[in-house]
Design a protein around this ligand. Sequence first.
Ligand code: UDX
Ligand code: ADP
Length: 466
Amino acid sequence: MKINTICCIGAGYVGGPTMAVIAKMCPHIKVIVVDLNASRIAAWNDDNVNNIPIYEPGLSEIVAEARGRNLFFSTDVENAISEAQMIFISVNTPTKTYGSGKGMAADLKYIELCARQIAKVAVNDKIVVEKSTLPVRTAEAIKNILDNTGNGVKFQILSNPEFLAEGTAVQDLLNPDRVLIGGDTTVEGEEAIAALAAIYGNWISEDRILKTNVWSSELSKLSANAFLAQRVSSINALSELCEKTGADVNEVARAIGMDSRIGSKFLKSSVGFGGSCFQKDILNLVYIAKSYGLTEVADYWEQVIIMNDHQKRRFANNIVKTLYNTVSAKKITFLGWAFKKDTNDTRESAAIYVANDLLNEQANIAVYDPKVTEKQILFDLDYLHSRTEAENRDGVEVFEDPYEACKDAHAIAILTEWDVFKTYDWEKIYEQMHKPAFIFDGRNLLDGEMLSRIGFKYQSIGSAKK
Ligand code: UDX
Ligand code: ADP
């Protein structure tokens, strides 16, 4: 089957960039991205492409090229479903906050709503592609809904998890390590797989397009994220040991990373991993293992999260301890709020939890992030429900200028590894701070020797205090 119209339900961090790249690389395919969130769609359609709702290097240029040509953003979900031969489901699958599986299982209510809407609207055969990360065997549930509530048309369900990382989404989509497509082993299933593979085949070589059964594909996505997160927790566990023993975690990471069996990537010690995927997917994996009675498997993966929570908490505790056991009424400046550089995404960012701990110690938090808005920062803190909204507004001030943010601070904490922080005039910042002027580098980003020469008391993750 040759595909000429596709639609994507969900214009978020996955759906938006993925569809923009497909539209760019396949000008012969009409790509419609729909979302219930009208303001998000309006932002995708903003005349000024710099105002699209997601910041990713290279993305606004692609949207400028394809939008209105073969890339469309709309709130008209039903029309898009009925027009498309292939429908990507790219809605959010947050961790459940209620009922059974609360705090662990993925909440599939948005997925189910999509499936019901597709079933209601479709009057001809469709291929439905799971793009969102889903628990293994979700495709079965989607298929049940489609087959039992539809208009008698045929659906093929494919799993096509997205491995893009934020901040490098465009590069990852243009040049992925692999594309994974899971589908039924029936003739119709194989045809559907071939139709989706042909889309990617417009710019990705065949040997990098892996075809598996649906369950392997669903589980591979959870497994890949679990492995990546586990590496970060492993190096972070070692960072605490390094601080006690005089070893340096950067040196240890380099030494072990040069073993080609281990590899050098994802060994950067930090204040803790964040992002919308790692924690959610591991909790989901733990939940699935538990539901099959696999206690040891569940405990093994849960430890990755326990270690990550510990790393965030000990970063905050160390600030309190170092500032003579009290941060009450002291100004502590956060440079960075996003969960990593080159994105405006703050979901599960370590900054949120560190700020919350310090606010509970009555610190005044000043924040500067090149891409994150004040509204988002306050939303993130309010969402924790650990303090009232009024308390959060009292304790937090967000700045548009980093030098103003650092002025009169007792300490600076680096929470995100934005490159621009390295270029600041650190002498000027030092002059304007209370002394002793502390820097807690949660990303091992800055030049500690240079900062110590200026007069800062500099501490990084995973090396003994200087
Ligand atoms: C991740 C996966 O990499 C991607 O394949 C999947 O599709 C979605 O989840 P993402 O969350 O965008 O992508 O970012 P990633 O680069 O994996 O970083 C996740 C977190 O780990 C960030 O907070 C990052 O700062 C942290 N991290 C990463 C480290 O602390 N150290 C490292 O060495 C690498
Ligand atoms: P991700 O990072 O996985 O892309 P996001 O939360 O950024 O997740 O995006 C998911 C998007 O899906 C949101 O913009 C949300 O409004 C949208 N969405 C959720 N359910 C539906 C639905 N039934 N129809 C259309 N859009 C939906």
